[in-house]
Design a protein around this ligand. Structure first.
Ligand code: MEV
Length: 316
């Protein structure tokens, strides 16, 4: 018997970094997925197979003893093994089409899909979204203790959501978002620590920026409800100014944003910044101009919304 679950990648439309400090954020799930398959074994080990490598450790091992990329899976395996008497071993296999380390939520989607897969394997029929989300956030905290939980939330529920209310935002118009990858890998934990330092150095300005971000998000929701893509684009560019001020941008990201500026309604970093991806809101008739404008060494694709969120099933 195998338990198979999959979860989508994500983009942050508004509010990255500030969300760690309690502001609202708006996120969307997109049509790239990670699939996690789990099954029982009899060899008293936890095995993890992924494109980052393979791990095999005795069932008694703690997540703290393994390399960081395997920690969430060993954490989840332990948690389930401890609450399920008859487990004699667990094998977890991860297959992903989400690029790693570029701000598209690869690690959160893995945690969500693994939580759903392992939980369904051990407690068939008991899976529910709230439980999966709680487990996924705990698993992600083993590598990134300060996570806001926003990424795991949208990977669980899918669609466009406001965080932390988890209210779905219906987009009445086609978003036409281009995601362009700077090809510079980043480390979310380091970027979040950098922003913590900015906050420590200038509490007053950081608090003003948090207020501005919250205000902006209120206006964005109105713009989306009113089908006003011009206003939405302007608000993306406004959000980028706040991200520039907290220093999570760099010359490469700024160049990419400016190279698309003649055809985009607005653009910004998505995710932790310092590398990773930008998103640009582009009118349909201008989509074919994107390749000529972006530097040759950058990858890009058009984002399609995922509305399903995490899904799971048992295969006999
Ligand atoms: C990373 O995708 C988003 C951050 O806001 C961190 C977080 O929300 O946990 C930078």
């Amino acid at each position: 018997m195998k338990s198979v679950a999959s979860a989508p990648a994500k983009i942050i439309l508004f509010g990255e970094h500030f969300v760690v400090h309690g502001t609202k954020a708006i996120l969307a799930a997109i049509d790239k997925r990670v699939k996690v398959t789990s099954s029982f074994t009899d060899d008293k080990t936890i095995k993890v197979n992924s494109q980052l490598g393979t791990l095999e450790v005795p069932m008694s091992s703690s997540h703290e003893e393994v390399k960081s990329e395997f920690r969430p899976f060993v954490y989840l395996a332990n948690k389930m093994i401890n609450s399920h008497q008859d487990v004699n071993g667990l094998e977890i296999t991860i297959n992903s089409d989400i690029p790693i380390g570029v701000g598209l939520g690869s690690s959160s989607a893995c945690c969500v899909a693994a939580a759903a897969s392992i939980c369904e394997l051990c407690f068939a029929g008991a899976n529910e979204l709230e439980l999966i989300l709680d487990l996924a956030i705990e698993a992600e905290q083993t590598i990134f203790p300060d996570t806001s939980g926003a990424d795991c939330t949208v990977c669980t529920y899918g669609g466009i959501i406001e965080h932390p209310s988890i209210e779905k935002i219906d987009n009445t118009f086609d978003l036409n978002l281009v995601i362009a990858n700077s090809m510079i890998p980043h480390n979310t934990k380091n970027s979040v620590e950098k922003v913590n330092k900015f906050k420590e150095n200038d509490e007053k300005r950081f608090s003003e920026l948090c207020d501005l971000e919250n205000g902006l998000i209120g206006e964005v929701i109105m713009a989306m409800k009113n089908n006003n893509s011009t206003a939405l684009g302007l608000k993306m560019s406004e959000n980028q100014k706040y991200l520039e001020e907290i220093q999570v941008s760099n010359d490469t990201l700024r160049d990419m944003i400016s190279s698309l500026s003649e055809i985009s309604l607005g653009s910004k970093i998505t995710g932790a910044g310092d590398g990773g991806c930008i998103i640009a809101l582009i009118n349909d008739e201008n989509m074919d101009k994107v390749p000529a404008l972006l530097p040759n060494d950058k990858e890009y694709f058009s984002a399609k919304l995922d509305t399903k969120g995490v899904v799971w099933k048992i295969e006999k």
